[in-house]
Design a protein around this ligand. Structure first.
Ligand SMILES: Cc1cc2nc3c(=O)[nH]c(=O)nc-3n(C[C@H](O)[C@H](O)[C@H](O)COP(=O)(O)OP(=O)(O)OC[C@H]3O[C@@H](n4cnc5c(N)ncnc54)[C@H](O)[C@@H]3O)c2cc1C
Length: 409
């Protein structure tokens, strides 16, 4: 692209040109007005510190929140959150607690200590229940700890067209409650924060609603997005979009939820349940079942199946304050990848293996995800824009939360 093309491409095309003297990492000093430095991730194999695997609890017809009787016990189910449990759990927990409150007892047993169980326990405590959590495993050994975890309320959640009757209404309520609850936890020691997320493209894609996309999500759940033109960003693609997203650091978040639960008088008992008849051995007559994928064996729910995902973590880099979705568009073959900086490491992901139960890392997927990120950040480092990005651009007047659709985590 020559100078004239660059200027024509966008109002801030001058950004890239003005930086030629800065070159590479020398661009760390103050840049041209209206720009901000985006330090590239130092992606290399010798910075890999671990690979984690988790099985997302996918349920074809969507999460299950409903009450069922087992002999003299009432069991409120709250499981099957797919790749969206970190996003939706406060919401489904609230729906489950609303069902629980119809029961005369104010003593409840929550089965499961992942994000669904912990938030259910807190929603019950907020309504005046005494709660004991019973679980086979607790943080840091739950699927929830293996999450990426961004606000992705529809990821791996449901097969459109197979939702249970009334499920969409429950989903909307859960998404709305989850979104607002997470916002209230930002900056209060829960590991929840807002972060700019960049996606890349060589073409401007039509917006979801232009494609007749589903109106599953409430209109008031919106974040703004801007489209950055060539020369306005340092990424190896013609266009980049920037939008703010909620980030949840699982190890900080789940420990904080456990702490809150104990502070409000909760107890945790390590215990496995093999069949529904085991519910009868509990003192509580009201149970909330938050067993995630475990519900398949426990209840014989054949709709439950795993979507295996894995993350490879690099040494943390405190200066990285943005996340990325996607690799270099021109490489195409790399498939979908994503990067999230956290205090416990730079999480690199982008795998979805449906029906796969193995908890062993998939070596081929690991190679792909790491190599594609090495290529992305190497190209970013050598960008003529010296890793500077336009700090403010007129927002594209689009963005509904529906743009999260299909966003995998
Ligand atoms: C790689 C990856 C990335 C992800 N990214 C995101 C993201 O960006 N955003 C997002 O919203 N979500 C994301 N998710 C999905 C999210 O992690 C899950 O939806 C969520 O963790 C499910 O929580 P849960 O509490 O239902 O299950 P779990 O965390 O698995 O907890 C289940 C609990 O039930 C207990 N249990 C199970 N069976 C029994 C039994 N028989 N007896 C006693 N106890 C039992 C377990 O021991 C455990 O305590 C991701 C998941 C993965 C793997």
């Amino acid at each position: 692209m020559n100078r004239r093309e660059l200027l024509r491409a966008g109002g801030l095309g001058v950004v890239g040109l003005g930086l030629s003297a800065c070159g590479g990492r020398a661009g760390l000093g103050p840049g041209p007005p209206g720009t901000r430095f985006l330090p590239p991730v130092e992606a290399s194999w010798d910075r890999v510190i671990r690979t984690t695997v988790g099985l997302r609890p996918h349920r074809r017809s969507g999460f299950r929140v409903e009450a069922e009787r087992f002999d003299d016990r009432t069991v409120v189910h709250n499981y099957g959150h797919g790749g969206a449990g970190m996003s939706l759990s406060w919401g489904t927990a609230s729906l489950a607690a609303d069902l629980a409150i119809r029961h005369e007892s104010r003593q409840a047993a929550v089965i499961g200590c992942g994000v669904a169980g912990l938030t259910a326990a807190r929603q019950l405590q907020r309504r005046g229940f005494e709660v004991t959590i019973y679980a086979k495993a607790v943080p840091p050994d739950t699927t929830s700890n293996m999450s990426w975890a961004s606000f992705t309320p529809t990821s791996g959640l449901v097969e459109i067209g197979r939702e249970a009757p009334g499920w969409r209404r429950q989903f909307r309520a859960a998404a709305e409650i989850g979104y607002h609850q997470l916002q209230l936890l930002v900056g209060r020691g829960y590991g929840v924060s807002w972060i700019d997320t960049y996606t890349f493209s060589d073409q401007v894609r039509p917006r979801r609603e232009d494609q007749g996309g589903s109106a599953l999500l409430p209109a008031d759940l919106q974040t703004g997005r801007v489209v950055l033109q060539p020369g306005q960003h340092p990424f190896p693609a013609r266009f980049a979009t920037r939008r703010p997203a909620l980030r949840i650091e699982p190890s900080i978040y789940l420990d904080a939820l456990v702490r809150d639960f104990l502070t409000f008088g909760g107890n945790v008992v390590i215990r496995a349940f093999d069949r529904p008849a085991d519910f009868g051995s509990l003192e509580e007559t009201l149970l909330v079942n938050c067993t995630g994928l475990g519900a398949r064996a426990l209840l014989g729910d054949d709709e439950m199946e795993p979507i295996k995902g894995q993350l490879t973590l690099l040494v943390p880099q405190g200066e990285i304050d943005y996340s990325t979705l996607g690799g270099i568009p021109a490489r195409g073959a790399g498939g979908f990848i994503h990067m999230m900086p956290r205090s416990d490491g730079i999480a690199l992901g982008g795998t979805n293996e449906r029906g796969e139960w193995s908890l062993e890392p998939n070596e081929e997927a690991r190679r792909r995800v790491v190599e594609e990120h090495i290529a992305l950040f190497r190209a970013m480092r050598s960008s003529p824009g010296a890793a500077r990005v336009a700090a403010s651009v007129t927002p594209d007047p689009v963005p509904t939360l529906e743009s999260f659709f299909g966003l995998q985590s």
